[in-house]
Ligand binder design. Sequence first.
Ligand code: FAD
Ligand code: SF4
Length: 493
Amino acid sequence: METSKSEINKQLWREELRKSAKNSQRVKRERVIMPEQAPIERASNNKEVNLGLNIEQAVAEAFRCLDCLDPTCIKGCPVNVDIPKFIKHIEARQFMAAAKTIKETNSLPAVCGRVCPQEIQCELNCFYTQKLKKPAVAIGYLERFAADYERESDEKINPQINVSNGIKMAIVGSGPAGLAAAGDLIKHGYDVTVFEALHEIGGVLKYGIPDFRLPNTVVDFEIDNLRKMGVLFETNFLVGKTSDFDTLRDEGYKAFFISSGAGLPNFMNIPGENSTGVFSANEYLTRVNLMGAASPHSDTPVLFGHNVAVIGGGNTAMDSVRTAKRLGAKRAMIIYRRSIDEMPARIEEIHHAQMEGIEFMCLHNPIEYLTDENGRVNRMKVQKMKLEKPDESGRRRPVAIEGSEFIIDVDMVIVSIGVSPNPLIAKVLPSLKITARETIIVNPETMQTSIPDIFAGGDIVRGGATVILAMGDGRLAAAGMHKYAEKYGLNSK
Ligand code: FAD
Ligand code: SF4
């Protein structure tokens, strides 16, 4: 018997009523709190600070999602993860299905669940934040939960192995941009080789972000998946020195993706910056994270400071100062020329640093480093700052207060005021169009550069940005390279 129109309307109305009753229960729930190591304990170890949600916490948090008709959270995600779908899987305790849903568009979910600035992306766009003025659904925590569940369980989502079409594609740099591009290109059937200058794969995920935020085992699991899919990795291979683009073309590579990041540290060029004990954050973190320099028994141990000043207010500065604290600094401080409200670091990282006893000297700027008779930094001159109207970056402009200089004792300084691209690639490719900041110019839809078979993305295009934006670029470039291969009928010859 056919159901009448009015009966259908009644059913829909009853369904709406049921949904809104359930939704009122959902919105009453408080957002889950991430379990973490106690500040006093974690400030002297390198284990992960955030411990991850357990099953019951994850299911309860997933229940808060309202399954909106227009899920605005997805629009906040640069790689368009189907957020409501994976969250509903968690609510239904289908954890592997949740991980699978995320992996359809994000090849590094355990990484993104840990380091994405969700508070300015998906969670900022959540209905709770936008309309209810309540804490967003903890999308990042749930993403991490699903990815960790897969990694720690006996079941695994088997990576898709594709039949090779024999066409060789090269990727320069193995950070998140390169890894995301490699994952998509191999799915299209290309033979993908990632060339990496360092001895480890992962870019900043390995050499920059410390284990207490992103354990290397998590990154290695994701890299292993790419290996199983057939991606080849060549380490200790500096494109532009070990081999150049023409030689690689001769070896059969048909297109390139440059994802070499922005690893050249910026300095302030103030007196005393070349003294012993003044590091760039890149050097300090790379030596500690990748070269075993945290051990006094290593061949080249890093300096261990008692009074450590880190200059800057970004994620790199927070990672450096918290690392110095873990390596024994009695006084570890951030010196930042704007106020805490303008800091570019993630709110969670600032909060964690404060809880671990890091001092914040905001509205201060170093103007000179002074040394002992051996040339090692032992004091620094700082100047107080005040904020004026916003500058072109949209943030309030810091201005020095004349006559406010004073001296503080330091025995180590880590400069973390931004990065620029390494000029090597631009030097070996003179026809490559670059900006005044030496970032590569691309067509934003395809990531193609001024040289047709060369694509680029991530920090080498954006300057210092984020993991997920680098991954988004990698995916766009893979699509662009695929179209390029189809358009020119590239083959394996
Ligand atoms: P990278 O990750 O820099 O990788 C580039 C790789 O290319 C490197 O491994 C390099 O060795 C290699 N390479 C360079 N030149 C060559 C060459 N000629 N030949 C072969 N290989 C080459 N973002 C977030 O979203 N959240 C965070 O919490 C966060 N924290 C950060 C903490 C630190 C300490 C740092 C430094 C950055 C942080 N970022 C964070 C930013 C984020 O990590 C970067 O935006 C992202 O890694 C850029 O990815 P990429 O693939 O473009 O480059
Ligand atoms: Fe949010 Fe990042 Fe996950 Fe996208 S990848 S849903 S932005 S946490």
